[in-house]
Design a protein around this ligand. Sequence first.
Ligand code: PBG
Length: 327
Amino acid sequence: MSLNLIERPRRNRKSETIRGWHRETWLSPQHFVLPLFLHGGTEDIAIGAMPGCFRLSPDGLDREVEGALEDGIGSIVLFPAIPEELKTSFGEESYNSERLIPATIRRLKARWPELVIVTDVALDPYSCDGHDGIVQDGRILNDETVEVLVKQAICQAESGADVIAPSDMMDGRIGALREGLDGAGFTEVSLLSYTVKYASAFYGPFREALDSAPKFGDKKTYQMDPANVREALREVALDESEGADIVMVKPAGPYLDVIRMVREATALPIAAYQVSGEYAMLKAACANGWLDEKKVALESLLSIRRAGADVIFTYYARQAAAWLKEQ
Ligand code: PBG
């Protein structure tokens, strides 16, 4: 039997070459930023729910960076694990220029000047309360926190950070950071804002990796409600007006609709963060043999790009780069 069809979309899928003619989205290592956890110790400590990720020693970090550059990944984002005894209410350790993050940036830049170093701005790794801001009577203070974040960002810029990425979700921090950085002479340091960051349970493994979970309550008074999307557009408009260079949506996979909405709302480049829980889900299913890791990992990253993201923060960066080379 033969259907009388004028349109047969399958004709455009009949060979790899023809599929290649009109493929709309693609992945390349240039789209990836590799997140790396570091600590002051001499061992690399495996992170339970994130197979393949470690709290890296300085040597381990150097090996990762070297490998990433060989894989064609030119950028990393650093997250520090800070010993409990150095955590305080005001997070002073976050802008101590002699400590882990600033010293590491200087060391990496001396060895690999071309490496793009992205740094996280927020107080949670440094806060004895495990919150992204200063806590007073159970509330997270906004303006007082922003003052500390500016010090943290200037300290990172002085050490050689290329891109500062505030993940704290305080109001007005992009404007304050831009002003602070410019005032200190760092007009060329970029601001990649975690603009649309949801109060997500998918950050669980990350908080385990850094021992940075909130000691009380949750982050819902500053991170966004997963039920909302109009609010995302409001955050984008604010960050744009305050001078953000790149806006981020986080998490990525469960929020592809948000990435798409943001894509339509701004001309700025968009970053998306495939977070620790997304990585853990894929790793767990693949370790069980339930999914084909190479295929699902690349598909998940491609989907984030298709939704509208330019750059993807992903723990799969190195593996994905290697898989892409095989193809
Ligand atoms: C901290 C920060 C978090 C992540 C990146 N920066 C955790 C949080 O907000 O609680 C999560 C990343 C991940 O889960 O992979 N400001």
